[in-house]
Design a protein around this ligand. Structure first.
Ligand code: SF4
Ligand code: SF4
Length: 198
């Protein structure tokens, strides 16, 4: 399918048409805790999709890395539901046989384990877990990690929720409901991924 057809398909998907409102300000990528592990941040990915470069869009790991934390969405000055666009692009990629690369699964696992342990995201802890699972990336990203630390874009201090045990109990209950089919679609696990990864 040609670029124009693929763009039309994206625009017709839930939330997909919002990509046209993007002004390329970069707030999303600047806010994204996972950006350093992405081939392209959301801003650049959206520019490529709008420009019809879907071959590169489908090859990118961006939406597999996206942890659905919604930081970008709450900060976008155009009110774009960025996470919805991520889901739309992911669905299009899957329909064309693009699968996540192994390291994408590792970052999902690192995100999940961090949130399960502390009740909220700690970027430093998540990256620590991710790099343990994928040590080659540690070498590749060491200088980037240092830069983020120096610019205070990555906090070393972990700030758990007040009652991590209660949070874990809530997660267990949510999983039970998902298994019983009572949970709403897409809530079967953290960041919209299935229980076998979680
Ligand atoms: S924050 Fe919103 S408007 Fe800015 S680049 Fe990202 S999607 Fe586009
Ligand atoms: S929802 Fe995805 S793209 Fe947006 S800030 Fe979170 S990880 Fe980054």
């Amino acid at each position: 399918m040609e670029a124009r057809g693929l763009l039309k398909e994206l625009l017709e998907m839930p939330g997909g048409d919002q990509i046209l409102k993007c002004i390329q300000c970069g707030t999303c990528t600047g806010s994204c805790p996972m950006a350093q592990a992405m081939d392209y941040g959301p801003r650049r990915l959206f520019a490529m999709a709008k420009g019809g470069d879907f071959h590169e869009v489908f090859k990118a790991n961006t939406y597999w890395i996206c942890a659905s934390c919604y930081f970008c969405t709450v900060r976008c000055p155009r009110g774009i539901k960025i996470t919805d666009i991520m889901y739309a692009l992911k669905r299009m990629a899957v329909a064309r046989g693009y699968a996540p690369r192994e390291r994408s699964v590792y970052i999902y696992q690192a995100f999940k384990e961090t949130v399960e342990e502390y009740g909220r995201l700690s970027e430093a802890k998540m990256m620590q877990k991710y790099l343990k699972k994928s040590p080659l990336d540690a070498v590749k990203n060491a200088s980037l990690g240092l830069k983020l630390l120096l610019k205070r874009r990555m906090e070393l201090k972990v700030r758990p929720v007040k009652d991590p045990a209660a949070f874990k109990a809530m997660l267990t209950k949510a999983r039970e409901l998902a298994r019983e089919g009572e949970a709403p679609a897409g809530s079967s696990g953290l960041c919209g991924i299935k229980g076998d990864i979680l």
